[in-house]
Design a binder for this molecule. Structure first.
Ligand code: SF4
Ligand code: SF4
Length: 163
């Protein structure tokens, strides 16, 4: 995937997609439960994560206490050493996050070297199936320019909404 081309296109589309999400937020349609899985499926038919990995390249997951214990154990490290080596505490959110991007666990072929034990945040990203949807609309507003799948998901919802 040409991520530079995606960023330029998504930057141009952002205002329109955010305006649509604002509209959706104000008036959640009765057809939403049917729309969501269709839009999600259509998005994943368009985008393959292994061709992308933009989230792993440019964003950081939050690591919960359980994530840190699980991943450190998998790597045969002490949790404190794991944190010291790769993480920092974000003062505003109080979350443990990566010190640098791309993520230290991203491999050259866009796979995750700790896939089986990856942070819950990574496993749940990009949150298309979360409920209630209105609690995630702000996340989608931010991610339409970072995640090609969310960008496609929102575009598909807008197409359905306009039908
Ligand atoms: S979740 Fe989104 S940003 Fe991450 S790899 Fe998949 S399409 Fe790319
Ligand atoms: S832990 Fe794995 S899935 Fe999560 S950001 Fe790092 S490389 Fe990506």
């Amino acid at each position: 995937m040409d991520l530079d081309a995606f960023r330029i296109k998504a930057g141009k589309e952002k205002d329109e997609l955010v305006a649509f999400l604002n509209e959706l937020e104000e008036q959640l349609p009765a057809s939403l439960p049917e729309m969501l899985p269709k839009a999600d499926m259509a998005a994943w038919n368009e985008v393959q994560c292994l061709d992308c990995a933009n989230c792993c390249k440019t964003m950081t997951p939050s690591f919960t206490h359980d994530d840190i214990i699980r991943i450190a154990t998998h790597l045969r490290m002490k949790p404190a050493t794991f944190k010291e080596k790769w993480l920092k505490l974000e003062p505003r959110s109080g979350h443990w996050v990566n010190t640098t991007q791309p993520c230290q666990f991203l491999l050259a072929d866009n796979k995750c070297s700790i896939y089986e034990v990856r942070p819950a945040d990574c496993a749940e990203f990009p949150h298309h199936d979360k409920q209630p949807l209105n609690e995630y609309i702000d996340t989608f507003k931010k991610n339409v320019v970072h995640c090609p799948a969310t960008n496609a998901f929102v575009r598909k919802m807008r197409e359905m909404w306009e039908l």
